[in-house]
Design a binder for this molecule. Structure first.
Ligand code: 2AL
Length: 164
C-alpha cells in the first residue's frame, strides 16, 4: 500500500490496512486519527511514539496474536502468515533446538506468567534460544521493558513492510 492511499482512505479502511501489525485496536485507531502523514518516516515515528505508551496490559493483550517461538502459527489469517515468515529462520527440523526452545518457553511462562516474545525476524533459532536463556535471568520490571521493546520492534517492522 502507498502512504497516499492510507492517508486518503476512510478511517475504517485505513485501520484495516494496519490491524495486522499488532492486536491493539486503540493503537491503530489513534494512528489513523493522526493522518495525514507527510512521509513514511513521520508515520513510523508516530507509530513508535504511541507504542512507547504501552504497558503490561497492552503487552498481554497483544500476545494473543503471537504464537510461541517454535510453534507454527495456525490458520490462514494475515497475522499467522506473518508470524510464520518471521519465525522462518528457526529450523523446525532440529529436534534438540526444538526441545530446548520448548523447555525455555515453559520456564519463561512459569517465571513471568506470559508467553516469551522476541522479534524473530533476522534471528536464528540458536540466537533466539540464547536470548530466551539470558532473559530468564531478568527481574520482572527489566523483563517487562524488554518484552515491550520487542513488541514495538515487531509492530514497527510489520508497519514498515505494509508500506513497501
Ligand atoms: C513472534 C512472532 O509471532 N513473530 C515474532 O517476531 N515473534 N512470537 C514470539 N512468541 O516471539
Amino acid at each position: 500500500m502507498t502512504l497516499e492511499i492510507f492517508n486518503q482512505a476512510a478511517a475504517g479502511d485505513a485501520k484495516a490496512q494496519i490491524a495486522h501489525c499488532v492486536a491493539l485496536d486503540d493503537w491503530a485507531s489513534v494512528l489513523v486519527a493522526k493522518r495525514p502523514f507527510q512521509s513514511q518516516q513521520a508515520l513510523l515515528q508516530a507509530a513508535d511514539a504511541l507504542a512507547r505508551q504501552w504497558d503490561e496490559r497492552a503487552l498481554n493483550q497483544a500476545l494473543s496474536a503471537h504464537p510461541r517461538i517454535g510453534e507454527k502459527a495456525q490458520g490462514e489469517g494475515k497475522e499467522a502468515g506473518l508470524s510464520r515468515q518471521e519465525q522462518g529462520q528457526v529450523n523446525a527440523d532440529d529436534a534438540a533446538l526444538k526441545q530446548a526452545l520448548q523447555a525455555g518457553n515453559i520456564a519463561y511462562e512459569q517465571r513471568f506468567g506470559r508467553v516469551f516474545l522476541i522479534r524473530a525476524k533476522g534471528r536464528s533459532g540458536e540466537a533466539i534460544l540464547a536470548e530466551l536463556q539470558r532473559r530468564l535471568g531478568n527481574n520482572a520490571p527489566q523483563e517487562l521493558d524488554e518484552a515491550l521493546a520487542q513488541l514495538r520492534e515487531i509492530t514497527l517492522l510489520r508497519l514498515q513492510e505494509t508500506f513497501q
